[in-house]
Design a protein. Structure first.
Length: 134
């Protein structure tokens, strides 16, 4: 909260704090869904940016196709998590960084890293996007 003054006028501003809420359970649910190659479970965690444009079944099919093409996550480790941040536009996010073992076509296992950004939507944390594996 803050009080601003301009001449004789005083303005008192109060903004509700953004708590971590269910952030940890959302991160654990994402990690379990990714490690279990469960596109439908990942879909349940997506932000409305995605769910308003794509059905659960279509997303799960696309997930399965990509897993078959580029590899399936067999182990996932969270390596870092940022603090909760709120932009000037009021968008509240956190970034979680991961190291993942992926089984590629032919049975070869490769370790990759990626970031997942989670967005606060109402009372829930939702998966907003992930970076390209590196």
């Amino acid at each position: 909260q803050a009080t601003l003054t301009h001449g004789a006028d005083r303005f008192h501003l109060v903004v509700a704090a953004v708590g971590r809420g269910d952030l940890e359970s959302t991160l654990r649910a994402f990690e379990a869904a990714a490690a279990n190659d469960d596109g439908a479970a990942v879909y349940a965690l997506l932000s409305s940016d995605y769910t308003s444009r794509q059905t659960r079944d279509a997303f799960a099919r696309q997930w399965a196709e990509q897993s078959a093409q580029i590899g399936r996550v067999t182990a996932l480790r969270r390596t870092a998590r940022s603090d909760v941040r709120t932009s000037d536009l009021g968008v509240t996010t956190i970034k979680a960084s991961y190291s993942a073992d992926a089984r590629l076509q032919g049975g070869v296992t490769k370790t990759v890293s990626f970031d997942a950004v989670f967005l606060r939507e109402g009372d829930a944390w939702r998966l907003w996007f992930t970076s390209e594996p590196r």
